[in-house]
Design a protein around this ligand. Sequence first.
Ligand code: CO
Length: 241
Amino acid sequence: MEKKQLKRAGKERKRIKLPKTTHKMEKKHLKLLENNKAWVTIQNYNNPDFFKGLAASQHPEYLWIGCSDSRVPANQITGTKPGEMFVHRNIANMVVHSDMNLLSVLSYAVDILKIKDVMVCGHYGCGGVLAAMGNKQYGLIDNWLRHIKDVYRLHSSELDAIADENQRARRFVELNVIEQVHDLGKTSIVQNAWEKGQELNIHGWVYDVADGLIKDLDVTATCTKELHSVYHLEKEYNITP
Ligand code: CO
């Protein structure tokens, strides 16, 4: 960021008068609002039409399915701006076939926005994946973690053979991402798009919170053929009255 811009943003911050209704809010919360106004100032300074363009419509190129973990902010780590990435996040970047939230995001991204690239991005050190490796009870979340445990069971022979717990956890993170890539391909949303000849690439990535780098697991799915035949859906559904 330019020094000049920061100076300008700083001046703007000083000018902000906080509404009376916010007097009970803690100072750290108010800082977020101050930061927001400074950010707006910088965006307008760089491009006076920035918000005008975004208000008109969105044409994101990517759908990001990532973990809710605060250390993995999708836009920041990929250098993308508002409007460039459609985002869905949940604990351990899961694709659960009965999750209406995920399915709705996926449907909108594929059918309406016609996004061509979906990134499932896991991360090493994922608390959800680590918890799923153990047997402790955490409450309601155990029902979500169970989906991750299913991935462990699918790959238990490979994972159990890794003696080092840290290495086993890292591999589990990777295998979990790979399974979520497959789980996206199993949805009728993705299969219908592929069947229509729509370009749709599903990538599997892992982010390393220790060095900030993203690794491509090189498992990109591009068509139904890559799935086990039991998951293949016929071209059209038939409803016989
Ligand atoms: Co995580």
